[in-house]
Design a protein around this ligand. Structure first.
Ligand SMILES: [Zn+2]
Length: 113
């Protein structure tokens, strides 16, 4: 799953949108799933080994819950501070605090997939 935002402003628009537990397209019920997700904001590429998503049980459309958008926002700002282009972020357990502050979670020049 890939989410691409051309600018940080585009991400902010999505961030401010509240995704309900009903699908925008078909009104189907959304469930929470975990998936490997790539998020690109401007020139920053974030590889999340696992990220929580909403997925519609009817049409399959996926979108980002607020919890995950908070993660992306935090990771993006960390990458700006550390001047990184690409980073890998992994969970340390379900719903525990994201680990993006630890420098060893960043693998530079990761091309291995
Ligand atoms: Zn749907």
């Amino acid at each position: 799953m890939e989410f691409i935002f051309k600018t940080y402003a585009d991400f902010t628009d999505e961030y401010n949108r509240y995704n309900m537990d009903k699908c925008n397209k078909c009104k189907g019920t959304r469930e929470v799933v975990e998936d490997k997700v790539i998020v690109i904001v401007e020139n920053k590429k974030m590889n999340f080994e696992k990220l929580l998503l909403f997925q519609c049980t009817n049409c399959g459309e996926k979108c980002l819950p607020m919890h995950s958008k908070d993660m992306i926002d935090g990771c993006y700002k960390t990458m700006i501070e550390q001047n990184q282009i690409e980073g890998i972020f992994s969970w340390k357990g379900y719903r525990k605090k994201f680990n993006y502050c630890q420098a060893q979670e960043f693998l530079y020049d990761y091309r291995d997939y």
